[in-house]
Design a protein around this ligand. Structure first.
Ligand SMILES: Nc1nc2c(ncn2[C@@H]2O[C@H](COP(=O)(O)OP(=O)(O)OP(=O)(O)O)[C@@H](O)[C@H]2O)c(=O)[nH]1
Ligand SMILES: [Mg+2]
Length: 220
């Protein structure tokens, strides 16, 4: 019983900070998106492709969440308007970003000069779905080599997604990934999230995803 109460308290405190993050972003004419996936599905690659098409018309900052290292932050540094690295190793929740961490990151960004903050969450399909960060949109990436059964095994993250990206479509000929089965499994959990099939390697499908993102952010 005590444990359940404790978890409830943590989630309530997180929601309050997430609301405050959203208000801070709104006040600055800014919005955030939360990019989530299993390790290696292509979060950083999708972010790099997205930055390439959104800038310079939009000013985009990236918050990089990782258990350890600055590898991803180094990769996006030259391609973004600002980047903040969060290493979760020293924090109690190492399997996902929480709203407090994003609050600290937002304080390091020149928000009045930024239109969009892209948050790369820690590679994980379970924990990130529990923690609202103050984002406008939640984006989940699955990649072809992971298999088409991920929505069945990790339903919550797909149920809450505003968009679902199927990455590494260039690998479809080499792996058993049934796109229709994957989409049906997501639809059973989520009636409306659009699907984007793309390849960060070839660039196929990236423009459709970025057009949709732009349309969602329009008039923010
Ligand atoms: N063939 C192929 N490889 C890709 C594609 N997108 C990403 N990759 C490769 O997949 C690997 C992982 O990509 P990342 O973008 O680093 O994935 P991530 O989700 O950011 O990984 P973590 O931050 O470690 O969780 C890299 O070697 C990428 O080059 C794609 O569309 N096709
Ligand atoms: Mg990454």
């Amino acid at each position: 019983m005590k444990k359940i109460e404790l978890i409830q308290n943590i989630l309530e405190a997180n929601s309050a900070t997430a609301e405050s993050n959203r208000a801070t972003l709104d006040r600055n004419g800014c919005a955030a998106i939360n990019v989530m996936s299993a390790p290696g599905a292509g979060k950083t690659s999708v972010i790099l492709r997205t930055l390439d098409l959104l800038r310079p018309a939009m000013r985009v900052a990236v918050v990089e969440g990782d258990v350890s290292s600055t590898v991803d932050a180094e990769m996006v540094r030259g391609a973004s308007d600002a980047v903040v690295q969060i290493n979760t190793r020293s924090m109690p929740e190492t399997c996902a970003l929480i709203a407090d961490m994003v609050d600290a990151a937002l304080k390091k960004l020149p928000l009045s000069e930024i239109d969009l903050v892209i948050i790369e969450n820690v590679g994980n399909l379970i924990c990130p779905s529990e923690f609202d960060l103050g984002e406008r949109l939640k984006v989940v990436i699955s990649s072809a080599p992971e298999g088409d059964d991920k929505p069945l095994k990790y339903p919550l993250i797909f149920a809450d997604a505003d968009a679902v990206i199927i990455n590494k479509s260039d690998l479809f000929p080499y792996v058993d990934f049934d796109v229709e089965k994957f989409k049906r499994s997501v639809r059973d959990l989520n009636a409306s999230a659009p699907f984007f099939e793309l390849s960060c390697k070839t660039g196929a499908g990236v423009a459709e995803w970025v057009d949709w993102l732009r349309s969602q952010l329009h008039g923010k």
